[in-house]
Design a protein around this ligand. Sequence first.
Ligand code: FES
Length: 373
Amino acid sequence: MSERDKDAISADELDRMSDDELVRLGTRLDDVRLVQYAERWPVPGTKMERRALRHVTGWFVLAGVSALALIGVFVFWPYEYLPPGAPGYQVRTLYTPMVGLTFGLTLLGLAVGAVAYAKKFLPQELAVQQRHSGSSSEADKRTVAAEFRDAGTRSGLQRRTLFRRVAATSAGLFGLGLGVMAIGPLVRDPWKHGDSPDSLWRTGWKPINGETVYLRLDTGDPDEVVLVRPEDLRAGGYVTVFPFRETDREEPERLHAALRRADSAVMLFRFRPGTTVTSRPGREDFHHGDFYAYSKVCTHLGCPASLYEQQTGRLLCPCHQSQFDVFAGAVPIFGPATRPLPELPITVGDDGYFVARGDFAEVVGPGFWELKP
Ligand code: FES
């Protein structure tokens, strides 16, 4: 049937047709030949039909229970970092697997339930259709909609209230779980517990009880402590350093954690003699001679900015190509980063090792919305 013939069918005529008539009209309009179109359960309410329904409902129940468990795990399961061996460590290591397991079971329940329902209840249809081009006519749209309604009616969806509710509830719970996961991190206040050493208000470089914070290398052995002296660095080079306090030696957990903390990594540069360096206002005395220390955490999205070109003073972050000019206070000069890399105030102590003179004067890392100046 041509598009013109289809357009000749008036809206009034379509209104007067039942879904059954619209379905048959739709197949004719689309040059579809129904070889077979039979209801799965011609006699409603048989034992076999009820068993099939229980089977399908079971998958949606699984999806609903898993979605509830997903929400419970996301909200209540302890997830904070604990060092290996500490009480509660094992439980915390299960957080991510539990989120994955409940998320996967929910998707599995919804997917298998939907497929099982289609296989067991939608009419058995075998159709042959010629391929058409062009946009759909009004008659096409109405008849296709009728086909969907008809499939719902014939599959018994309208009269299976309990099943509809279970399927809709499990899908809704899954959606709710996704919503909780999306909104949950925004509800937590990262600025709470300002006094805690792990707070975002401070980094691992902040002095505690006036204790000296040294600059330490990561040798690959978390128990080995190698401090840095000016003569350890050749002109034009840089090393990555981490904070160290003498009292950390007594507590291996702290000794290890200082190397892992996200905001600890700092690049200690030694510029060539005679290099013209411009410090940012208020940071003129943060350096020690030709030695300058900048946070290694890119202010765009937190990757380690580590590709250094010593002739030009450009530091490249490999993630999205932000570039910082370390000869000019590590200000961004290219790419998506909008803030300079924070500078760590340093000096050399009486024992000849580099020490931090205090914490960073600004927030380390990405410019997320919750940053405070
Ligand atoms: S994280 Fe460095 S440029 Fe994006």
